[in-house]
Design a protein around this ligand. Structure first.
Ligand code: R2B
Length: 299
């Protein structure tokens, strides 16, 4: 909803810029954003991106294009938006579309992939002198103990041990970063969801894993060394710790956005699939419902 998503007067007054925490960047003659096929010498980044206020990121390029077309219509911009151009067309690593103040960017699957994109996106927003930017991941995920088709708005991203932390390996050190997301933004999004009928929406923790199979307790990977009971025990413990869905990007997303002055939120939808129904049956027998993310298109 435009009403509840509009930043209040104080937010404008604060003018929160997007910052980078790298003393070397300023002294660099040129900054090349390798995987976006953009750069400070080749592109006028302030002219191209200076008005960006919202960045929406998600795994799949096609979905992010469809989202940009949707935004084009929602914002009632000129033309039908069908021929919207991929700003990163020079590379097939990620794609990026701009509709008014909304940037739609794909990030691929998993922490390393989204992390590379976020480094370059944050530098892009910084070079473009953007301020008061809100970033929202609108990815897919597998739900735990919630109704199929639900939308989970993440309050905190947690790791595989249900801890609100992201462990970044820097050279041969492990640095622990916080994964808190903007609570006010989560509440704003939740209030918006009340205006959309028939889409069950809730706020909860999102667990981020390094792997889709063994890391998520799946029994259908090429490797599986645990029993069905162990899997269910793990997922139940996750549920008790407040986890309502599982995906593969939220911890690094929360950590990086938090450190660089971006107001961040996660709003993954739960994929509905045939496999889910199977797992759901299994869990129903066990007194819980699990919405699995198997079988859907990777996203
Ligand atoms: C959700 O879906 C993908 C795996 O299928 C991954 O990117 C994620 O977080």
């Amino acid at each position: 909803s435009n009403r509840s998503m509009r930043p209040d007067k104080n937010t404008y007054e604060r003018k929160r810029s997007v910052y980078v925490k790298n003393p070397y960047l300023e002294g660099m003659d040129e900054d090349i954003l390798y995987h976006l096929d953009l750069g400070t010498k080749t592109h006028n980044l302030p002219a191209m991106f200076g008005d960006v206020k919202f960045v929406c990121v998600g795994g799949s390029p096609n979905r992010m294009k469809a989202f940009a077309q949707f935004m084009h219509k929602e914002l009632r911009l000129e033309g039908d938006g069908e021929d919207i151009e991929d700003i990163c067309a020079g590379t097939d690593r990620y794609c990026m579309f701009k509709t008014g103040p909304v940037l739609s960017v794909s990030h691929g699957m998993g922490i390393p992939s989204i992390s590379i994109m976020l480094h370059e996106l944050i530098k892009l927003l910084h070079h473009a002198h953007c301020c008061d930017v809100t970033i929202i991941r609108i990815g897919t995920s597998g739900g735990i103990g919630i109704a199929p088709g639900s939308v989970v708005i993440t309050d905190t991203a947690v790791d595989s041990f249900f801890k609100p932390r992201f462990e970044q390996v820097i050279l041969d050190n492990v640095v622990t970063r916080s994964t808190e997301l903007d609570k006010e933004l989560a509440n704003d999004l939740f209030n918006c969801s009340r205006e959309i009928p028939n889409v069950p929406t809730l706020i909860g923790h999102t667990m981020c894993t390094y792997d889709f199979y063994e890391g998520q307790g799946r029994l259908d990977g090429a490797l599986c060394s645990f029993s069905r009971e162990k899997k269910l025990d793990y997922l139940k413990r996750a549920y008790r710790a407040g986890v309502r869905n599982i995906e593969m990007e939220s911890t690094v997303f929360a950590a990086m956005c938090g450190l660089c002055g971006l107001r961040g939120a996660q709003r993954p939808e739960i994929r509905v699939s045939e496999e889910r129904q199977k797992v759901e049956r299994l869990w129903k027998n066990d007194g819980m419902i699990l919405v699995s993310s198997t079988g859907g298109r990777p996203g």
